[in-house]
Design a protein around this ligand. Structure first.
Ligand code: EPZ
Length: 428
């Protein structure tokens, strides 16, 4: 059975969407539970496939987790890691989700050794982990790559050190940050990632008794401590989900209230670009209102590390630019292969030319519904957005990508007057 999505074109978003907890904050937070034998209680965890994968990995290591459903959009998770007995993260689990690498730092810091399967690439790129490894070596770990695994030992524990990332890496920063909380001495991370999800992790670690400062800037200082204690932490809202629904309002020339998120702090450059395109933002109680001006103007987008335009909102914006009244350019600077949605948009009548990692998008009057295929998480939503405004019906295949990072899409769109049909397809 393959799950597909069928969408009739000509729909307009008009309503409100409750924004869930951030997937890319929840994943490192779940891994951080390994650092302490005391309970970590996380709230506002989104009910996503990637979260389930991380919980499966933690249980495989010997952690126990108690998941409580607080609403359709949010769970609470209580994690106990005093029962960890396995220090190997196996390929069968790691191959499903690259973020599994986030158990590397916590296992090494707490137990002095671990073996993590190399993640393998994924649709959007090779996605190496060389900077994770170099960071751990800077903290005194001895690393061996053998049989597709990273084998790491730090028999005398990790030692605080200074380490500069040659390029900004989100999970690389998160991994070394977590490892450094239990290192002996002071660690200074330079050219650290500044994403809000990194800040949320540091805030939670400080609640657990870590001693971290500078998070949210390019220089993070961590004074190692002996132990971390129990803590309760609420995950920040998902800025990528919020930005995605803002674009849904823009492309359908409708409006949406994004509830539970302050986007201006979480997506500064994105808001600026959306205003240039013709979206109007106004603050409302407990959220942000997004209204279309009735126009979709062309712009030039370049993805960059925070606070630049986020790569995770590149595909979604491209769909909207397909029907802008003019020519736009989209330059993907983070991932070498994150333009796979272009081929699918071309099937829907878009006019896009790609050269390397740059796309030139010439706006057309209208897209046409067609059978298309999701290639990765964010691309899957870009096809939904295109389908909402296409003439006729679109069926999107391989929709399992969507479920990894977006919860309750059918229900959230229903709150905005939009019908998205999930259909089961026998065979294939
Ligand atoms: C995080 O991935 C996010 N995932 C990604 O979101 C996001 O696209 C990415 O950051 C960039 O913002 C999570 O947080 C779980 P990176 P991550 O390390 O940490 C290169 C989504 O859609 N690099 O910041 O894996 C790498 O190849 C996902 O939710 C190295 O060369 O990304 C890339 O070009 C997709 N060596 C660049 O750095 C390394 O050791 C940025 O990657 C690590 C990274």
């Amino acid at each position: 059975m393959v799950e597909k999505i069928k969408i009739r074109g000509g729909q307009k978003v008009s309503g409100k969407v409750q924004i869930s907890g951030a997937k890319n904050a929840a994943l490192p937070l779940l891994a951080a539970s390994i650092l302490s034998e005391n309970e970590l209680h996380l709230k506002n965890i989104p009910p996503l496939v990637d979260i389930t994968t991380m919980l499966t990995l933690l249980e495989n290591l010997g952690c126990s987790s108690l998941v409580t459903k607080n609403s359709m959009y949010a769970n609470s998770v209580k994690l106990k890691t005093d029962g960890i007995g396995n220090l190997v993260a196996p390929y069968e689990i790691v191959k499903k989700m690259r973020a599994s690498i986030l158990v590397f730092g916590p296992l090494l810091a707490r137990f002095g050794r671990c073996s993590i399967s190399l993640p393998g690439g994924c649709a959007i790129g090779v996605r190496p982990i060389d900077l994770h490894i170099r960071g751990m070596e800077a903290l005194g770990a001895r690393i061996e790559l053998k049989d597709g695994y990273v084998h790491a030992v730090a028999p005398n524990g990790l030692k605080g050190a200074e380490f500069e990332f040659p390029i900004s890496t989100v999970t690389g920063t998160e991994n070394i940050l977590m490892a450094a909380t239990l290192a002996d001495g002071v660690t200074v991370l330079k050219n650290a990632a500044m994403e809000p999800e990194v800040v949320d992790l540091a805030n939670c670690l400080n609640k657990m008794g870590a001693n971290i400062s500078g998070h949210g800037s390019k220089v993070i200082t961590i004074k190692g401590v002996q132990h971390l204690k129990a803590a309760v932490h609420e995950v920040i809202p998902d800025r990528v989900e919020a930005g995605t629904y803002a674009i849904a309002a823009g492309i359908t020339k409708g409006n949406v209230d994004l509830i539970g998120v302050n986007l201006r702090k979480l997506l500064p450059n994105f808001i600026e670009k959306m205003e240039q395109i013709g979206l109007i933002f106004s603050d409302i109680e407990n959220g942000l209102r997004v209204q279309s001006s009735g126009e979709i103007l062309p712009v030039d987008i370049e993805t960059e590390p925070f606070p630049g335009y986020p790569t995770d909102l590149q595909a979604q914006c491209m769909s909207m630019l397909c029907i802008a009244n003019g020519i736009s350019t989209v330059k993907e600077n983070i991932w070498e292969n994150r333009l796979m949605h272009v081929a699918e948009l071309l099937r829907m009548g878009a006019d896009i030319a790609v050269c390397g990692t740059q796309a030139k998008v010439c706006g057309v009057k209208q897209l046409k519904g067609a059978p298309v295929m999701a290639t990765d998480l964010r691309a899957s939503f870009s096809l939904i957005l295109a389908a909402l405004v296409a003439r006729g019906e679109t069926v999107i295949d391989r929709i399992y990508h969507l479920n990894r990072g977006y919860c309750c899409v059918k229900e959230k769109f229903a709150q905005c007057g939009v019908v998205v049909d999930k259909i089961m397809w026998v065979g294939e």
